[in-house]
Design a protein around this ligand. Structure first.
Ligand SMILES: [Fe+2]
Length: 224
């Protein structure tokens, strides 16, 4: 029988357009494609990937104690999209970052994570607006990050380890779509209110996203 996860991979491969390596700005996914992928992804949980909160295959105890890192487990890395699990140790953070010209679908597999969202108001001045914080868990459904709307976010976990399945279209690369991290600066004439706009400042955070070299072997049977 075909698993839900395999069905999702097939649907993504069928619906997501191929992209040219030299294509600077990829075609945006239309709402119908996003809706179909989202519906399918909503039904996937950790049991479909044979992982759980205590899965030794994914994280060792020493790794779980390091809150300066999250762990990246690639499942499929293609030119058109990447499908991967991000595993967060307890009390860990992914600093504020962007997804240039990308669409990202994120589904929590276990645990919960808080996500603060920001919308870029002006590319030249790098002014952003805070658009809200959401708590995501396995019942929350799929979160969508759009290329032109609420394209920046940061994540943090509390006392539970958490795993999130992400589909990134197209994937990050080092030419047109590198991942940038930012600090938020208060605007001139700021009144120190939380709902005011901020200015982005690129920085190099004390944070790493560590890639698991074993995960493709671990996940191979899921996508065959
Ligand atoms: Fe992100």
């Amino acid at each position: 029988m075909t698993s839900k996860f395999k069905q999702f991979v097939r649907l993504a491969s069928e619906l997501i357009p191929t992209i040219d390596r030299n294509q600077k700005i990829p075609k945006e996914l239309n709402e119908n494609i996003i809706k179909r992928l989202k519906e399918q992804l909503n039904g996937i949980d950790s049991s479909d990937l044979y992982i759980n909160q205590f899965s030794n295959e994914l994280l060792s105890d020493s790794e779980l104690k390091n809150n300066k890192s999250v762990y990246y487990f690639p499942i499929i890395e293609m030119k058109a999209f990447t499908l991967a699990v991000f595993a967060f140790p307890p009390n860990s953070t992914i600093p504020l970052h962007d997804h240039p010209d990308m669409t990202v679908l994120s589904k929590v597999l276990y645990g919960h994570v808080y996500c603060k969202n920001y919308h870029l108001l002006d590319k030249k001045s790098q002014e952003v607006k805070f658009t809200g914080e959401v708590k995501l868990d396995e019942t929350s459904g799929t979160k969508i990050t759009y290329p032109q709307e609420n394209n920046l976010h940061c994540f943090y976990t509390e006392s539970k380890s958490t795993a999130v399945l992400d589909l990134l279209y197209p994937p990050y690369d080092n030419i047109y779509r590198s991942c940038n991290y930012y600090k938020l600066l208060k605007m001139e004439n700021s009144h120190n209110r939380d709902d005011e706009n901020f200015k982005l400042l690129k920085f190099d955070p004390d944070f790493s996203c560590i890639t698991s070299i074993n995960s493709q072997r671990f996940f191979t049977n899921l996508v065959k």
